[in-house]
Design a protein around this ligand. Structure first.
Ligand code: HEC
Length: 269
């Protein structure tokens, strides 16, 4: 037996004998190492490439591309735009997150009906979502940019307060709020860390790493999807895509992430 093998066996024996707390610490380290390994070669790049093509492709009744879509920094400016979203858009006089702004541009620039522009926001095994691809590309153009969501406009302030109220609102069969699972440090469901989204560092990490390629689903998922899935975990009714509640929650969490460098599309288990 080589000394490496002996050391490995000793380590396993130790792990079995170790108290639960110690074993948990090493599990966390193992998961962290797995996450690091996943960062090299993120399949999200495939969604980003498709999204860039979709942005430039002429389509819809007006046979137009999205290249004149104003994401807040001027028509067609994509670089850094996501780091300042959600924001108030004067042309629509409402607060929009990226997904709802894309729907708006598809309707107003490409001439689609709102129903068509919103259709199939989340892809599955037999169908890819154009919105997920567009979001992947646009967010990738903010990688490394410091989050700077402004509450200067009164409608942004209003959205932030509404999002905060929703975050702490308890209801449903289990009387859960977002804060029930995300309001304390060190919580976990099975092997998933539950970030404390009420603390600066938790909100920064939890927000800036979406969208993400989900290894377990083989899909790239947007922030709207993330919220949707947590509504399900909370046993709340399904969150409507692009609804005022989804924009308010996104505003609350994005603002709390201010100051952190945007780091998505990421890759998650
Ligand atoms: C029953 C517990 C539960 C409730 C309630 C809940 N979540 Fe979650 N949330 C989770 C779990 C579990 C994960 C991690 C999932 C994973 O890693 O696969 C998560 C992940 C997240 C993330 C991503 C964090 C990251 O680092 O990737 C965000 C953001 C989030 N939740 C927001 C919310 C919001 C907003 C609400 C309220 C609408 C909410 N959650 C309600 C269990 C919950």
């Amino acid at each position: 037996m080589t000394s490496t093998m002996r050391a490995a066996i000793a380590a396993i024996a130790f792990a079995i004998a170790a108290p639960a707390a110690l074993a948990q610490g090493s599990t966390e380290k193992g998961i962290e190492a797995y996450r690091q390994a996943l960062q090299d070669g993120n399949p999200a790049e495939l969604w980003e490439a498709r999204g860039e093509d979709l942005w430039k492709k002429r389509t819809g009744p007006k046979n137009a591309s999205l290249e004149k879509c104003d994401l807040g920094l001027g028509p067609g400016v994509v670089k850094g735009a996501y780091a300042q979203m959600p924001r108030h858009f004067a042309d629509a006089d409402r607060v929009m997150d990226l997904e709802t702004r894309l729907v708006w541009c598809r309707v107003n620039l490409q001439g689609m009906s709102e129903a068509d522009a919103k259709r199939g926001p989340f892809g599955g095994p037999d169908r890819k979502s154009d919105i997920e691809a567009l979001v992947a590309w646009i967010t990738s153009e903010s990688k490394g940019v410091t989050m700077a969501v402004s509450l200067d406009h009164p409608k942004m302030r209003e959205n932030f307060e509404l999002g905060k109220a929703i975050f702490f609102f308890r209801g449903g069969p289990h009387d859960f709020a977002c804060a029930t699972c995300h309001g304390e440090d060190g919580k976990r469901i099975r092997l998933q860390d539950l970030p404390n989204l009420t603390a600066k560092s938790g909100a920064q990490k939890g927000y800036t790493t979406w969208p993400a390629y989900r290894v377990s689903q083989g899909e790239l998922r947007t922030f709207q999807w993330r919220l949707n899935d947590c509504f399900r975990q909370q046993r709340f009714p399904e969150l409507e895509f692009g609804s005022p509640a989804s924009i308010a929650l996104t505003t609350f969490l994005a603002y709390n992430a201010n100051g952190a460098a945007f780091a998505a599309p990421a890759i998650k288990r």
